[in-house]
Design a protein. Sequence first.
Lengths: 706, 97
Amino acid sequence: MGCPDCEGGAATATQVEGARIVTVGNPNTGKTTLINALAGSDLKVGNWPGTTVERLEAALRLPQGEVRLVDLPGAYGLAPTTPEEALTAQELLRNPPDLVVNVVDAGNLERNLHLTLELAELGLPMVVALNLMDEAAAKGYTLDPAALERELGVPVVPLVASRGEGTEALLQALAHAAVPRLQVRYPDALERAAHELARRLDHPASRWLALALLAGEEVPLELDEEALALARGLRAELERAGIDPFLEIENARYTRAHELAQGTLVGAQPRLTLTDRVDRWVLHPLLGGPIFLLGMLLAFRFTFLFSTPWVDFIGTLQEVLAGWIQHLPLPPLALSFLADGLVGGVGTVISFAPVLFFLYLALAFLETSGFLARAAFIADRMMLLAGLPGRAFIPLILGFGCNVPAVYATRILTSRIDRLRVALAVPFMSCSARLVVFTLFAAVFFPKQAALVVFALYVLGMAVGILSAWVLGRLAGQPPSTGLMELPPYRLPTLRVVIKQAWARTRSFLEGAGGPILLAVLFVWLLLNLPPGDLEHSLYARAAGWLAPLFAPLGIVDWRLLGALIPGFVAKEVVVGTLAVSYLGAEPTAALGFLQGLGQILATLWASLLTTLGAVPALVGFPQLAPPSPDAPTALQAALGAALGPAAALAYMVYVLLYTPCVATVAAIKNEFGRAWALVAVVYELIVAWALAWGVYRLALAWLGG
Amino acid sequence: MLQKVLVELERPQTLAQLAARLQVEAGVLWAMIETLEKRGYVGLAYSESTACGTACTACSIKNLCPASGSETPPPTPVWRLTPKGRASLQERDQGVS
């Protein structure tokens, strides 16, 4: 390539025997491949002195004589931010080469040209090696190297170094290397300051050095104090005029690189990826929210359809075991302890497993597929609409998993008021523990719309949380702020990864919460049996009875339901276990023969398998292939159904959703904001829960009847 | 161009959306964000510290949490203006007016 546009450039250095040529470029532009292709077996590999950074060097025999070719470490810019960039800048400035070969990735032209423009300011003869032309073509780009050559005023050689294509042309172009004609034009005030400072600096790269000093960068050269003082003075002057030199310099370089790339790319047709196409819908300003909610609804529907048969199966196992225990030659109190306390307690813990496993399965799918990250983005936008800091979505979304880390995650917010109002909103987000309560009640009182009811509860919790934070924000007068988010591409998760993740989380939940649940259930069993044999007048019944007047307006008067709310303060998971012990403890368990029990277990197992398989088409709205389990409701379900009506059940679920956060969450709020705010959180949420449960009860009464 | 990026950080959007708005490649925008981040104009919306401590054990979506101390990098990095970035925009506005 003759480069007619380079005539009149600086005298080339390649005619000098022993000239030193360096290759410079962004990382992963194929510099090493190029130097291998040029040097062949003459390559020497070592380290840069005093570093572990690899140094490649080769002797090249050209028609003009022998030259040394040195590969400099990959760099995005000459203002060093990595050891590699520092080394490159140091070599170029302290030991200027005779010629620079700038290796550019043709498929990422604009980004690469930013460095090219910096190199152009060093005042060194240069050749551009436009490498990876094949990858650029695969991306749909057509390039015009001659256009770039005209703009830069240096030879531009298209290459595919990995195949050796264009390397001969590059060697020939070295003879026509020139100091680039193109210089970036900065704002006038900055140009004047750079010119004044450059005149004071005695160096071939004085323009680049002047700009770096004005931008506040450290330069790898020893400069006299007078020059540095001049740089500081000029910089201060610019800043007083409202000019941020760093931003203006970078801005001008990025803008010029953009123009150059636009002029070089001919008929570029960047191809839309599948992620781009799907995101057009999923991130749509109007459709994004409904799609996100639909995704979550499907997740709940999946959880219900697939977990219900297995919850029933565990219920049957529990009943059969309790029946078998009645055959043991033990006193009645010991039999009650084993059947109601131990089997009831352990059974409750295990009965969480199917619900949580299927929920975690759905969440793992949404997470690994990239959908949950989009949900976070949609939530981010919703936060802004609600006048919340955009990044408040992180603790709020995490609240759906567990409120405790969500409270700690408020640390990502800078303002204390923001942190506090989001922390007070977090407990309204329905954590996994509450799902178990909702599952039980929804299955008993709203069997046909169970998923919808639970979904509505989640949405209610979210709405109350956001509204609460918004109101507190309005009171504190906080302006909203937000940011830019990088989203991962969509992926089809593998079944193995999803199952592994869901199982690990289910196990972690059961291991973490299992012990406390079991202890709480056994403690409740003890209180129920003091004095023995009279549940209605037990310590537990009397303590729970004190709450009755408070909850009568919500339609909840049964002491068993009220009593379960008290240990629920320790952990929400305990509510169902407590209900099981207090309801089932009153019913004498009938003894069951071994074969009869085994028959029941096998029949339920078969029914559960059939129902699970039949649930697949039901997930997308088609009727279930297999009818739902024909079994009668479990003993606990039947007892609950008799204890209250649908309206009161709805009020109970809303109360459980919103009432005081569990002890661990209160402790987290205390740690983060102090004792007083922890107390405020408890009182505030008790009041909100009661008020909304009352409102829901009255509405449901009018709609559903008692 | 960089100032436009700073201004655009005032509203929630994805990297791809902003790249399309500025008509630059996503890789170039990524480089700009890195430049701004290294110079302290923008920062990730969370610290690298394990803010959640050990409380994540029972959390079902802890991998989504950028502060969970997870071994894998957070899938959703979020950048925001730092006080320096905000001050730079304000200075520029004052200088213009």
